[in-house]
Design a protein around this ligand. Sequence first.
Ligand SMILES: C[S@@+](CC[C@H](N)C(=O)[O-])C[C@H]1O[C@@H](n2cnc3c(N)ncnc32)[C@H](O)[C@@H]1O
Length: 183
Amino acid sequence: MHSVPRAGFLPAGQRRLAGEDRPLPIGEGQTSSQPRTVAAMLRLLDVHPGQRVLDVGAGSGWTTALLAWLVGPTGSVIGVELAPALAEWGAENLAATGQSWAVLRGADPDRLGAPDDAPFDRILVSAEARTMPQSLVDQIAPGGLMVVPVAGVMHRVERDAAGGAEGGVTTSTHGSYRFVPLR
Ligand SMILES: C[S@@+](CC[C@H](N)C(=O)[O-])C[C@H]1O[C@@H](n2cnc3c(N)ncnc32)[C@H](O)[C@@H]1O
């Protein structure tokens, strides 16, 4: 997280607060998540160099840039963000890190995630779903995993290595968190 400083992903008026361990407003009623929460989610996600990663709710681009740093130039990251103004600003913030193997684009309001680019080795979801989003579970590659807050509880969903799209998944829970809603 020191390698991808949060300050580069905050509005000018919030940058002096970048080091504070709390959510900060990024506009459009959305937030840059608390750093401790981002770190916990990234630890659960267990990202490795070379992996294909999807970042749902990319917002400021910070998590997309952190994931890009973790996968390195042999990997790839797609960040999707529903709020158009945030997607545009987040893409600029991400581009400033020079990690060309990561992109941030507007989310399709009718299709969760990036089904045309699936499957993904790792999926990070930074907004809270009311129920487990099956359409995102379907985008996890065999042997891959997703970290997603569902109804206030952090979930980790792992797809069996042997399974295809129909293969089984194992779900575990990892504490209580509050997030903006997944829309
Ligand atoms: C906690 S905030 C942003 C955190 C972001 N990862 C960052 O580092 O700045 C969650 C974001 O999810 C977005 N969002 C909500 N529902 C979404 C959806 N269905 N697809 C894509 N983004 C969504 C919100 O607009 C919001 O910007």
